[in-house]
Design a protein around this ligand. Structure first.
Ligand code: ZN
Length: 328
């Protein structure tokens, strides 16, 4: 068993806008405005089915739009002669990709990036996707909705405490980690020396919440949706702060990753001192794909109605890198 002392520990901000959720009627509405916007998906709109891994077109995919069946052509295209009404369910199945289920709500939804089901060369398969994103940090247990950072986040700010800021070698390791994190996520990571006024902030403390742990992480949500991470806190002890891989591991939890069973291969595995220095390619693909999906996505790749996603009974978070020789 892993140390699970943080289970049940979740930082949740005050204020829950019950019944809100921003669900103003997504259909065309009944506004009498004479300058109604053009339809989102007019007749002749074309779906483009592509691999989320490399953008390659996916030919021969079975596509259902609101119950009507199509098949993608050699270029991955699916013309919709009658267009589509916003809110229609889109379902796509294709070999080698997770079955996709979503709703057409924005013009950019015409580009459909499918989630690779398996890339053997890098160790990606459905089980790893499930473990990393849907089964919590300790593995096993019921499937959870996917947690991830607030959509539209344009910068992640890390705010180390004064003790850490006064430790040059720790700051060097953190700087290396932030460069690698930015390269994977495609989002700038910035280390700041004062509390930021807003934005996505990860507060970093020197030390750990419990001495046997090398480091740990807590996700923060605002109650709007329990799957949307709005910030986080990291505690990092002396034995981990000089290793960029430990920083990346903890930030990986804030991003929404659980633990990997691939000890020595994945930075999200829990068994120091064998701590890889950066995300594996499997983890990079996972992070990039998760950032293409909304919080609350259900396994395997269904975000058609995230209101169906189970609400976590207690916080998830967490981490807690075990110390060497612990419990195995
Ligand atoms: Zn961890």
């Amino acid at each position: 068993m892993r140390l699970n002392w943080l289970k049940g520990f979740l930082l949740v901000g005050a204020g829950v806008a019950v019944g809100c959720g921003g669900s103003s009627n997504p259909t065309t509405g009944s506004s009498p405005s004479p300058s109604a916007p053009p339809p989102l998906f007019p007749p002749g709109s074309v779906l483009s089915i592509q691999s989320g891994y490399d953008g390659a077109p996916v030919a021969g995919a079975d596509v259902r739009v609101g119950g009507v069946s199509f098949r993608s052509d050699a270029e991955g295209r699916v013309p919709l002669p009658n267009g589509a009404s916003p809110g229609l369910t889109l379902e796509v199945t294709a070999p080698d990709f997770l079955p996709r289920r979503t709703r057409l709500t924005r013009a950019e939804d015409l580009a459909v990036a499918l989630w690779p089901a398996e890339i053997r060369r890098i160790g990606l398969d459905q089980d790893m996707t499930r473990i990393l994103l849907h089964q919590g940090t300790s593995g096993g247990g019921p499937l959870q909705a996917m947690r991830r950072i607030t959509p539209g986040t344009t910068e992640i700010r890390l705010w180390p405490d004064a003790t850490l800021r006064a430790a040059p070698r720790a700051m060097t390791a953190l700087g290396t980690a932030t460069e690698r994190l930015a390269a994977t996520a495609g989002i700038p990571f910035v280390v700041v020396d004062q509390q930021p006024a807003g934005g996505f902030v990860i507060v970093v403390h020197e030390g750990t919440l419990q001495t046997p742990c090398i480091s740990c992480a807590l996700q923060k949500t605002n109650g709007r949706t329990p799957w949307e991470v709005t910030g986080g806190e990291i505690y990092i002890g002396n034995s981990g702060m000089l290793h960029p891989g430990v920083w990346i591991h903890e930030v990986g939890h804030i991003l929404g990753l659980g633990h990997s069973p691939r000890v020595g291969l994945d930075v999200m595995a829990t068994a120091p001192p064998i701590q890889p220095p950066d995300f594996s390619e499997l983890e990079m693909v996972t992070v990039r794909m998760m950032l293409k999906r909304p919080p609350g996505k259900l396994f395997p790749d269904d975000d058609a109605d995230v209101s169906r996603s189970s609400v976590p009974s207690s916080g998830w978070v967490v981490c807690n890198l075990e110390p060497p020789h612990a419990g195995r």
